[in-house]
Design a protein around this ligand. Structure first.
Ligand SMILES: [Zn+2]
Length: 158
């Protein structure tokens, strides 16, 4: 049986694909700085990570679908479990609350602080926000063309 694809799933994939193709991945020095700030540990669960391991990921604090970008200060080091299986596109604070609920206040504070300190260094300029909103405008245009094409394809009654 074919996998059902809804228009909203397809639109989500389109937005991700446009972003992945049009926006370069973080530069080597940015990746280096992220590993250094997080001392080679998962920002969420503190698991030790090794470079070139498939278990080490870069997680977007603000997800692409929420208007996040590849700026180094929007990226944190994350293990594959926290990034790929648990957090997904949820807000990082909500995820970290849950992840650290059994830890001492001191440990929780330090875990939140390590991420916040990093995120605070983002250059949150009006210019950056403008570019993100222009990107979202382009995605909206792609979605609108997509809807028209789907309608015309349906009319063919294949
Ligand atoms: Zn983790």
């Amino acid at each position: 049986m074919a996998v059902k694809v809804t228009p909203s799933m397809a639109k989500n994939q389109m937005a991700r694909a446009i972003y992945a193709i049009a926006v370069p991945p973080p530069a080597k020095d940015a990746v280096e700085a992220i590993w250094k700030h997080f001392k080679s540990r998962c920002a969420y669960c503190d698991k030790r990570l090794t470079r070139n391991s498939r278990k080490a990921h870069l997680d977007h604090l603000v997800s692409i679908s929420e208007g996040g970008n590849n700026d180094r200060h929007n990226l944190v080091l994350s293990c594959s479990i926290c990034n790929g299986d648990e957090k997904l596109d949820r807000p990082w604070r909500e995820f970290l609350e849950e992840k650290t609920e059994n830890l001492s206040t001191e440990l929780r504070t330090s875990r939140f602080g390590r991420i916040q300190e990093w995120a605070n260094q983002a250059a949150d300029t009006a210019n950056q926000r403008e570019r993100v909103s222009q990107f979202q405008e382009l995605v909206t245009q792609a979605h609108s063309s997509f809807d028209q094409i789907v309608q015309r394809a349906r009319a063919l009654s294949l």
